[in-house]
Design a protein around this ligand. Structure first.
Ligand code: FAD
Length: 541
């Protein structure tokens, strides 16, 4: 059954908010201007296929479920609602376009390769059905395509270079919440709603969370309401905002020492543009303030930087074929990976972090540094791709561009090259938590260990271990590697890998100078710029 009025559809993907959402704004504006002609259906597509292939842990499913429920509530306040449609976008759009007599589809643009591919197909389907498609860039402050274009078609590969470019760009206008729809604009029930009025309702927790036993505490509930509350709470102390320097925040405080806005930015429950605006307003009132890269604005710009570089390379999340990434001969070590993943390395600081991640879905940036360095070039010599996959499953804020970009940084595979600077899994945590309170919280087996050896339980004698109620090898694992030895060996391995990458690069340069086709699997900076160039150019076409 087709309705008489034509339907305007806004497709929520990320951007799960009503504030500063240009694509939603557009639909509401068009509808309000001609209420007799249109009805509005904001949709979210739950693709059952994604439930299977995406590495999403229980905590992130819960976050999504809460975000959708909150979004529905917010839309109802605007005299609309959220319609959850189940199926694969490319399968269901043709039917939806017909069923609802759709005139216009809007959505927020995305840089992730799978999304780009899907969106291209959806646009083709829309055009075959005479549906106009409008997209808006609002997940980032700056449009990555524009930044790349301003840099002559290449992604800027350093943060400083990136800052230089965006400094000259105009900031987008931040939008408020659209005005609510007038009464009487509700769509007429389609054939499915006529049978079951709950057909498009939000999913329940048990529909999304397949392994409820894996749910941790609900410390960071999803949704725009909570995102805005959390942003306001973070900004209330303007002196704190102005003085913020990331290296001076603690990886192991019992309560977060940074904003924990990342899950909300990831799902778009909070607009990065709004947060940026609010921070800038505060800095005008506090002229003496910290600056990028360490300031809070600087943190948001790291996000922008990674989005821009990632937009230029569809292989950004893997080592092979990735234009930015050095090729390092990492080794598969399933036992060590398993121990790291589940917080059983025998290094209490590392294990505490990995257990916090599993329980709460968020860990501090420097805690991420510590465990990422430990897994890769520091201690275990396991590929950053394996670490990325574990983070992908467990982080609430898991983000394709930021996760890969930061993993490459920490493993000294791209963007950062001082591989000889290795975090100590013992000394690093002690600086900000000398008594080990954080370890006691997340590794309770060690709760009775005194400050003197809680970071190095192997230093306690067997009888002391018994006294503390935790014997190594029985109640808590022996350390799986000896950091003092392996990190030195790994520095040598890194040095050798860098040498090979340099040689391959130089060889390739010579090849190109001779105008001969290169047959080598080339990596490194030179390829980085040409590869970034090519894919950016391809995407602009
Ligand atoms: P704040 O310090 O309060 O910063 C505010 C916002 O700035 C953050 O919410 C985030 O959106 C952005 N930001 C801060 N640091 C970075 C950074 N280094 N790179 C990019 N953006 C940043 N962040 C994610 O959002 N998703 C990920 O999947 C992710 N994976 C990471 C993997 C590794 C190995 C490492 C080392 C870092 C990763 N980060 C990731 C970056 C960073 O750790 C988190 O963004 C940050 O810790 C989130 O906490 P916050 O919101 O309190 O940050």
């Amino acid at each position: 059954m087709t309705t008489k009025r034509r339907t305007l559809v806004h497709w929520f993907r990320k951007g799960l908010r009503v504030h500063d959402n240009p694509a939603l704004y557009q639909i509401f504006n068009v509808a309000r201007e001609s209420p007799e002609k249109f009805c509005v259906r904001p949709i979210f597509i739950l693709d059952p296929g994604i439930l299977d292939w995406m590495q999403v842990g229980a905590n992130r499913w819960r976050f999504l479920q809460q975000s959708l429920a909150d979004l529905d509530k917010k839309l109802k306040e605007l005299n609309s609602r959220l319609y959850i449609v189940r199926g694969k976008p490319v399968d269901i759009f043709p039917e939806l376009f017909e069923r609802w007599n759709v005139q216009l589809l809007t959505y927020e643009s995305d840089i992730e390769p799978y999304a780009l591919q899907r969106d291209t197909t959806v646009q083709k389907i829309a055009s075959e059905h005479g549906v106009k498609v409008d997209t808006h860039c609002s997940h980032t402050i700056y449009n990555p395509e524009l930044v790349i274009a301003k840099n002559f078609g290449k992604a800027p590969v350093t943060y400083q270079k990136f800052l230089g470019i965006v400094d000259k760009l105009k900031l987008p206008k931040v939008l408020g919440v659209p005005e609510g729809l007038p009464d009487g604009m509700k769509p007429i029930a389609d054939e499915f709603e006529a049978i079951d009025s709950s057909v498009y309702d939000c999913p329940t927790l048990d529909q999304l969370v397949k392994r409820p036993q894996e749910l941790g505490i609900n410390k960071f509930p999803g949704g725009e309401t909570e995102a805005l509350r959390r942003m306001e709470a973070s900004l209330i102390d303007e002196n704190w905002v102005a003085a913020f320097e990331k290296p001076n925040t603690a990886p192991n405080s019992l309560e977060p020492s940074t904003t924990v806005l990342s899950p909300y930015l990831k799902f778009g429950c909070l607009s990065a543009r709004l947060l940026h605006n609010r921070l800038k307003e505060i800095l005008v009132r506090k002229p003496k303030h910290s600056k990028p890269p360490v300031s809070l604005v600087g943190q948001l710009l790291w996000r922008e930087f990674y989005y821009t570089v990632a937009a230029a390379d569809p292989n950004f999340d893997r080592m092979l074929g990735n234009a930015y990434c050095l090729q390092i001969p990492w080794q598969k070590q399933p036992d060590h990976l398993e121990a790291w993943t589940h917080g059983r390395t025998g290094y209490p600081f590392i294990d505490a972090i990995m257990r916090q991640l599993r329980q709460e879905g968020w860990i501090h940036h420097l805690a991420r540094h510590a465990v990422a360095c430990f897994l890769t070039r520091g201690d275990l010599w396991i590929s950053w791709e394996d670490g990325q996959r574990v983070f992908e499953q467990l982080l609430l804020d898991q983000d394709w561009a930021l996760n890969a970009g930061n993993w490459m940084w920490l493993s000294a595979s791209a963007f950062f090259h001082q591989y000889f600077r290795v975090y100590s899994p013992v000394a690093f945590g002690k600086k900000t938590d000398p008594t080990g309170a954080y370890i006691r919280k997340y590794v309770p087996e060690l709760a009775k260990y005194p400050a003197g050896c809680i970071y190095e339980p192997w230093k306690a004698t067997l009888s002391a271990q018994r006294d503390y109620g935790c014997v190594l090898g029985v109640d808590y694992p022996h350390r799986i590697v000896n950091h003092d030895i392996v990190h030195k060996e790994n520095i040598k391995r890194m040095s050798a890998a860098y040498k090979v990458n340099r040689e391959v690069r130089t060889g390739k340069q010579e090849d190109q100078n001779d105008h001969e086709p290169s047959t080598s699997q080339s990596t490194g900076k030179r390829k980085a710029s040409s590869g970034a160039n090519k894919s950016a150019a391809k995407r602009r076409r």
